[in-house]
Design a protein around this ligand. Structure first.
Ligand code: SF4
Length: 263
């Protein structure tokens, strides 16, 4: 192990100050050194070891044509939402708990907080150079009840008119406020309000599209419209025919309600 890396490992263990971020970007740890870190320190390493936003494509559900851009649930989701309160968040289990994945979410959040304009410009480069048709915001996470974050997502839709953008959110008031003030969502940007159980009210004065969960316990279901589109995705991640890239129903504002079976 190099002296630099020894020093860095010591710092990771003993010093949680912001100062370490600068070191992280200058000294890469080896695979073995990373393996020796605790889960928490691995997350911090991945969050700080690069200044490139994590904007990936090809996940099993969304498929090869969709860029997903995520941020940490803890920092950005509505903590009063039933999925958070009842600890049934799908983004808090499985692969999304891997240190490298979680670290990528925290990296995005750090880059956004450090310089929103630079983050937006870098995402714009990634999106516009990718040639891919779809972007999904917040595969994990949400708008953080943050006007500037939401505005950034609108800006990127305006800057990339040939790309279709999608976000599900439980920050209803944030979006309603923005629309109340005269904001208009671009034609290529669909914001869907995520419904929860029937006891969770969803104010929707602007009649935005909705996303429902069809709960295993049917007594929890709110009124799901009869003509809602039932998602057939995710049965087999290798089955691209049922990926979002092939389906794209959620990106279509005319599909007012989509339903997902609880899993
Ligand atoms: S309805 Fe279609 S676009 Fe929406 S999540 Fe399911 S597969 Fe993806």
């Amino acid at each position: 192990m190099t002296n630099n890396n020894k020093r860095l490992l010591e710092r990771i263990k003993n010093d949680k100050k912001e100062q370490e971020r600068l070191e992280f970007t200058q000294h890469r740890l080896t695979k073995q050194e990373i393996a020796n870190l605790s889960h928490e320190d691995k997350v911090r390493y991945y969050a700080n070891s690069s200044d490139t936003p994590a904007a990936n494509h090809g996940n099993g559900k969304t498929g090869p044509g969709c860029i997903t851009i995520s941020v940490p649930v803890e920092e950005t989701c509505n903590h009063e939402a039933p999925c958070y309160v009842n600890k049934v968040c799908y983004a808090c289990k499985g692969r999304q708990c891997f240190a490298s994945v979680l670290g990528a979410y925290y990296r995005n959040w750090r880059l956004y907080k450090e310089d929103v304009k630079r983050y937006e410009d870098n995402l714009h480069l990634i999106i516009s150079c990718s040639g891919l048709p779809l972007v999904r915001w917040n595969d994990a996470g949400d708008f953080a009840n943050d006007d500037a974050y939401f505005q950034m997502t609108v800006n990127l839709a305006l800057r990339n008119p040939s790309v279709k953008f999608l976000a599900y959110t439980k920050w209803y008031d944030l979006v309603n406020r923005w629309l109340d003030k005269g904001g208009t969502l671009p034609a290529n940007y669909t914001v869907r309000f995520s419904m929860a159980d029937k006891d969770w009210p969803v104010p929707n004065p602007h009649n935005l599209p909705l996303a429902f969960i069809d709960f295993s316990n049917k007594s929890l279901n709110p009124n799901i419209p009869r003509n809602a589109f039932h998602c057939k995705g995710n049965a087999n991640p290798k089955d691209l025919e049922h990926s979002c890239t092939a389906c794209q129903a959620c990106w279509n504002k005319k599909v007012h309600s989509v339903v997902f079976a609880q899993h």
